[in-house]
Design a binder for this molecule. Structure first.
Ligand SMILES: Cc1cc2nc3c(=O)[nH]c(=O)nc-3n(C[C@H](O)[C@H](O)[C@H](O)COP(=O)(O)OP(=O)(O)OC[C@H]3O[C@@H](n4cnc5c(N)ncnc54)[C@H](O)[C@@H]3O)c2cc1C
Length: 594
């Protein structure tokens, strides 16, 4: 027992108590780390000291979602971040813990346009007219769509009301999507057996061989979505991740696909005020502290955390909120982590490299006005770009647009002048953001080469002439292996929240079977859950995660799930998904049986 605990016991026996008697070190200052800290700091007994150690010297909060300013004062971020309608816990953090008015910091729900390498495929409209309790309601800009969507169950509202380009997807392609209902119903979001079953095959195999979608639907719709949501090609994303991702981001409730975007940089709008709130609650937030050592204290009763600059912190518990690949790196040099039973497969986690390119351009001589979908309706981007993105300031583009550079790279194009207040006010520049996912080769290029490639990618995706523009400023962020990669087998390698005595973790790669959520929402949820677990183990009072559960199944999905269970029982298929009937020929051809 350490001296502090002995003292505490003596004082307890004497009827006295020590305040701030426990210390928790949270490593990583992104959504997960800040959520964990904020939850712990709500301890009613004020008996915990929380310290956040963040590697980045530039900004000590925000993680992958944070940002900074260039030498010329322009805001930069590692990509643009959207907030889907079902990010209930994230919205609650913004409102209740940071004290923000969501309408001040986020746009209204915004449509986006999907492109494959062949051109525009569909526009996903804003569907929901009313959402679950607590979320903001939104109307489609089209009143007919609004009224029709109200009478359709999800996912039919998204599937039927999205404006598909008939040249890209014919009726047969669209009808073939019905086959996906069986996998969607069979896959239980919070069921370990389902994750186990679908984690073993690729998304591509599932969609084509089990789900029976046409190759064209796969190429034009499914594959581009996989390239920008779980950020990889279907051959390198697990079927479990794809089903979970599509369920969470698109299918679970009416309007689940609707997204709100920040009106500026997340650092300015969210993380700076959040940090102030944390510090008011007594949390110490230290930037420029890259942790390189996590070991047990010599008396074995706590942890010692060391940073690269030599500073040392003792703690009763450590929460790793650093992302999967960074956690694996920390494990390499840590006996304590190597011994932690819960972290035994962390080194198998992989990361996706993203390159976020922000380009400020000389403005067009006159603005293009009357544009749809964004917070602002005009832009001074080149007319051809403005017109091609007339429906929305967000273009989502699948891979293969510019072979060979982008063969496996999906990307999003954002007209920031129509999204961010600061860019909208800037009269001397137009601003384009191109975020590329699975961009390992691109990350090795020079800044100028990346800007040139990004501009070529924009004109190629939007099917417009090559852009003749004057670049005024640029900022490139290379996030190498930084985003969780949900490859085949990744769910089996994903750890839970408690790794061992005194060691906990949170982030978007944690506990895939738990709360059905992704990305920011998953980081927030697991941050809260990790804090609650620490509090329980240390006996801290009043720490409650109060996680809002994921949306319950709709009645239609519940019925489908019952049917899927019966089919699984009758067919005797145990290990693999049950294929839809029209793929049976394929299975006979392969001589295989699922
Ligand atoms: C280009 C791009 C676009 C995205 N778009 C979206 C989106 O639209 N919507 C969405 O919900 N999500 C999006 N995401 C994903 C989202 O950013 C992540 O899910 C989220 O940031 C995860 O939060 P986190 O706190 O778990 O990890 P991170 O944000 O990765 O934070 C981890 C922190 O730990 C720090 N750290 C790492 N190692 C150490 C160490 N040894 N010592 C100290 N500190 C360390 C890092 O510096 C970092 O600040 C996007 C990601 C990218 C890259």
């Amino acid at each position: 027992m350490c001296v502090q605990h002995q003292l505490q016991l003596l004082l307890f026996l004497a009827g006295l108590s020590l305040t701030k008697s426990y210390s928790v070190v949270v490593i990583g200052g992104g959504w997960a780390g800040y959520s964990a800290s904020s939850t712990l700091a709500s301890s009613s007994g004020a008996d915990v000291e929380v310290t956040v150690l963040e590697a980045s010297p530039r900004n000590s909060g925000g993680g992958l979602a944070g940002g900074w300013r260039t030498a010329s004062g322009r805001p930069v971020e590692a990509g643009i971040h959207g907030f889907w309608r079902e990010y209930q816990n994230t919205f609650r953090v913004m409102r209740d813990e940071i004290g923000l008015d969501l309408d001040d910091v986020l746009s209204d729900f915004t449509p986006s346009v999907l492109f494959s390498k062949n051109g525009r495929v569909a526009t996903a409209p804003v569907l929901a007219t009313s959402a679950r309790k607590g979320s903001k309601s939104s109307k489609s800009s089209n009143p007919i769509l609004s009224s029709i969507s109200g009478s359709l169950p999800p996912p039919l509202d998204t599937a039927l009301l999205a404006d598909f380009d008939e040249k890209r997807l014919n009726l047969q392609d669209r009808i073939s999507a019905v086959g996906l209902l069986s996998g969607w119903a069979d896959f239980g979001q919070e069921d370990p057996d389902s994750w186990d079953r679908y984690d073993k095959i690729s998304a591509e195999e599932f969609f084509l061989d089990y789900g029976g979608v046409t190759p064209n639907l796969y190429a034009e719709l499914v594959s581009p979505m996989l390239h920008v949501l779980p950020m990889g090609p279907g051959s390198d994303i697990s079927a479990a991740a794809a089903l979970s991702c599509f369920h969470v981001f698109a299918l679970q409730t009416r309007g689940a696909f609707d997204v709100r975007w920040a009106k500026g940089s997340l650092s300015d709008l969210i993380f700076d005020p959040w940090r102030v709130k944390l510090e008011e609650k007594g949390v110490r937030v230290e930037g420029g502290k890259r942790v390189n050592g996590i070991e047990r204290a010599e008396d074995g009763d706590g942890m010692v955390v060391t940073a690269e600059d030599g500073s040392e912190y003792t703690a009763d518990a450590v929460i790793l909120a650093v992302g999967g690949t960074s956690a694996a790196k920390l494990k390499e040099g840590s006996k304590a982590l190597k011994e932690a039973e819960g972290a035994k497969r962390v080194e198998d986690l992989r990361g996706v490299t993203c390159v976020a390119t922000r380009i400020w351009l000389e403005p067009a001589p006159s603005p293009t006005t009357g544009l749809g979908g964004g917070a602002y309706s005009s832009t001074t981007l080149p007319k051809a770009v403005a017109r091609a993105m007339g429906e929305s300031p967000i273009a989502v583009v699948g891979a293969g647009v510019l072979l060979p550079e982008l063969e496996e790279t999906g990307f999003c194009i954002y007209d920031l002048q129509r999204m961010h207040a600061e860019q909208h006010m800037a009269e001397d520049t137009a601003c384009l953001e191109v975020d590329m996912y699975r961009a390992d080769g691109i990350a090795d290029m020079s800044d100028d080469e990346i800007v040139e490639l990004a501009l070529r990618a924009v004109s190629s995706a939007l099917k417009i002439d090559p852009l003749q523009v004057k670049v005024v400023d640029k900022a490139i962020v290379r996030a190498r292996n930084a985003v969780s990669h949900f490859n085949i087998g990744s769910a089996a390698a994903s750890p839970g929240i408690k790794w061992g005595r005194n060691v906990y973790a949170c982030g978007d790669y944690i506990d895939r079977q738990g709360h059905a959520s992704w990305s920011t929402e998953k980081a927030v949820v697991t941050g809260k859950q990790a804090a609650e677990r620490v509090a329980k183990d240390l006996g801290l009072k009043g720490v409650k995660a109060r996680v809002i559960p994921a949306a319950p199944d709709t009645p239609q999905l519940s019925n489908l799930r019952r049917l899927a269970k019966s089919i699984r029982r009758v067919s005797g298929a145990q290990r693999l998904p049950v294929p839809v009937p029209w793929t049976i020929g394929k299975w006979i051809g392969k001589g295989a049986r699922p």
